[in-house]
Design a protein around this ligand. Structure first.
Ligand SMILES: Nc1ncnc2c1ncn2[C@@H]1O[C@H](COP(=O)(O)OP(=O)(O)OP(=O)(O)O)[C@@H](O)[C@H]1O
Ligand SMILES: [Mg+2]
Length: 320
């Protein structure tokens, strides 16, 4: 019999609001999902839909407004003392723009060794240096890079350094916030392949954020689609690409070419018009209503709940 998979992250009705001049901005407005240990959950949606806010709140970088986030059973927002310290080692983040997130005044060694020092993982300077060299090799760089500064590297190399920094403390979970969006397409695949290899070698769990669906399929076991602070669809990558249910997911998929001619043939193209509405006064019914070609009166009035439309496939739409 199959053992039930151990849960890594459990997010329940999470809300994160920001106070802004014009009122309350509902960046994340009641999102629930879980990630099993060793799994990759892709989180996709257009710019401003709340992916970064969701990711950052999940890993405790932002306080929450409501709901709950549990990491291996512990409430992320209530961790104190040694439990908090352990969490900051177990859970790491990789950012979209390594140039902005890596200190330009530090050498690569200093950047990578910072977490090792903070968590006292390698007391001797010599061992620490060896560990940095080893990490550089694991991400496809070498020891000659160790004494250089971040401006001396290409975008892809910088992201490799960002990955080495995250790996330095031997984490279990990495929140990857659009780690490939700023890179050339040819480099994107290299970084994704590196992350996949590292995951296998180190049994890592990923929350992988992306704004389009082109690369996420290769890395994600399941994919969650977000729209204006809520989740509109959640299922396995395979199912999402072959049987997308939500009109928003279909529109996102329309934007990318599918190499499989059989899938391409069946596909109905939907073009996404207009912009994402403001999260300060989001639409009362379905949040996608104003941009949905199929919307009815009910869609404008009543918010659709995320429900199981087939085993393991969740969607929030009145028309499915
Ligand atoms: N610190 C903040 N204060 C106020 N509003 C914020 C803050 N951070 C994000 N927002 C707002 O919350 C909403 C969600 O932003 P978020 O950055 O989470 O979106 P995103 O999906 O990551 O977008 P992108 O693809 O551009 O990175 C946006 O309307 C944004 O303007
Ligand atoms: Mg973002």
């Amino acid at each position: 019999m199959l053992e039930p998979k151990e849960l890594s992250l459990e997010v329940t009705e999470l809300k994160k609001y920001f106070r802004v001049g014009g009122g309350t901005l509902k960046a994340v407005d009641g999102v629930s999902f879980s990630i099993a240990r060793g799994e990759t959950l892709g989180l996709v949606g257009e710019s401003g839909c709340g992916k970064t806010t969701c990711g950052r709140t999940c890993v405790g970088l932002y306080p929450k407004t409501a709901g709950q986030v549990r990491y291996r059973g512990q409430d992320v927002h209530r961790l104190r003392g040694s439990a908090r310290k352990a969490f900051t080692k177990q859970v790491q983040t990789i950012f979209q723009d390594p140039y902005a997130s890596l200190d330009p005044r530090l050498t690569v060694t200093d950047i990578i060794a910072e977490g090792i020092k903070n968590h006292n993982l390698c007391p001797g300077a010599k061992e620490r240096r060896e560990r940095v060299f080893d990490l550089l090799e694991q991400v496809g760089l070498n020891r000659e890079h160790a004494s250089r500064y971040i401006h001396e590297f290409s975008g892809g190399q910088r992201q490799r350094i960002g990955i080495a920094r995250a790996l330095a403390v031997d984490p279990e979970f990495i929140m990857c916030d659009e780690p490939i969006s700023a890179l050339d397409v040819s480099i994107q695949a290299q970084i994704v392949n590196l992350l996949i290899r590292l995951q296998r070698e180190r049994d890592l769990t990923y929350l992988f954020i992306a704004h389009d669906l082109s690369m996420v399929k290769h890395i994600s076991d399941r994919i969650a689609v977000m729209y204006l602070g809520v989740m509109v669809e959640l299922t396995s990558s395979e199912e999402l690409y072959t049987h997308p249910a939500h009109p928003y997911t279909k529109a996102l998929l329309s934007a990318i070419p599918i190499p499989d001619p059989k899938v391409e043939e069946r596909r109905v193209r939907t073009v996404l018009e207009g912009d994402v509405p403001s999260p300060i006064n989001p639409p009362q019914g379905c949040r996608f209503c104003g941009r949905c070609a199929m919307a009815t009166d009910r869609c404008a009035q009543e918010r659709p709940q995320l429900r199981e439309i087939s085993p393991g496939h969740l969607a929030a739409c009145h028309l499915i």
